[in-house]
Design a protein around this ligand. Structure first.
Ligand code: PGA
Length: 249
């Protein structure tokens, strides 16, 4: 398949001015010319800092962890897609399971956020995934299709412009990775769903996320429908993140 993999680091609510600087410097020092697309997604408040640190590099792009579902106005605490775009943000994670769980984001909120990101020229990285209980109940396919269909329904043919991340909730931050076969079978479901919605489904990158690390990245990325990774814990350590980038290149 000819599309480039994407490896995106989700720093979550971690970092400081000092540690971000050290991390980005180590990444830039080691990355060379990667054979895949690479992005880092710092907390919103550090987006301007990381924009400056990445200036002049074409190896690493800037991402955000969320966008507001609103365009602008009286939404205290929110950050709009247009504001993020002002600071050079290229990607935004949308609908991460931690936001669905703790911030009450619904499928409809996620679909609207995708629309806001696309309208601002930001590529949304749309997260879908089932909980352990849903997997045990045989609901995995139903859940991820429901989550995706809300996004497809609202965004129509623009769906070919998104990135999808399959992140089984039970694998996030637990050290328990989906097996390559488990991941591939869900990616194939998502690919089929995208194919039914757009003629360009094969250019949509579907990332795997959930305890992807330097040791397991290569075999996950070898699956036909896995087009990169959304990396949490391992994105905070430059050597580990760089090994994943190498595996994806
Ligand atoms: P993890 O997180 O790699 O620490 O499991 C992935 C994510 O939540 O995006």
């Amino acid at each position: 398949m000819s599309k480039r993999n994407l490896v995106a680091g989700n720093w979550k609510m971690n970092g400081s001015l000092a540690s971000n600087q050290a991390l980005v410097q180590d990444l830039l020092a080691g990355i060379g010319q990667p054979g895949c697309d690479v992005a880092v997604c710092p907390p919103a408040v550090y987006v301007p800092q990381v924009q400056v640190l990445l200036a002049g590099s074409n190896a690493i792009e800037l991402g955000a962890q969320d966008v507001s579902q609103h365009e602008n106005g009286a939404f205290t605490g929110d950050v709009s897609a247009t504001m993020l775009k002002d600071f050079g943000v290229r990607y935004a994670i949308v609908g991460h399971s931690e936001r669905r769980q703790h911030q009450g984001e619904t499928d409809v909120h996620v679909a609207i956020k995708v629309k806001r990101a696309l309208a601002a020229g930001i590529t949304p990285i749309v997260c879908v995934g089932e909980t352990l209980r849903e997997r045990e109940e045989g609901m995995t396919e139903f859940i991820v299709k429901r989550q995706m269909s809300a996004v497809i329904h609202l965004n129509g043919h623009c769906i070919s412009e998104i990135v999808v991340a399959y992140e089984p909730v039970w694998a996030i931050g637990t050290g328990q990775t989906a097996s390559p076969e488990q991941a591939q079978s869900v990616h194939a479901v998502l690919r089929a769903q995208l194919r039914a919605a757009t003629d360009h489904a094969d250019r949509v990158r579907i990332l795997y996320g959930g305890s992807m690390n330097a040791g397991n990245a290569a075999e996950l990325l070898a699956q036909p429908d896995i087009d990169g990774g959304l990396i949490g814990g391992a994105a905070l350590k430059a050597p580990d993140f760089l090994k994943i980038v190498a595996a994806a290149s």
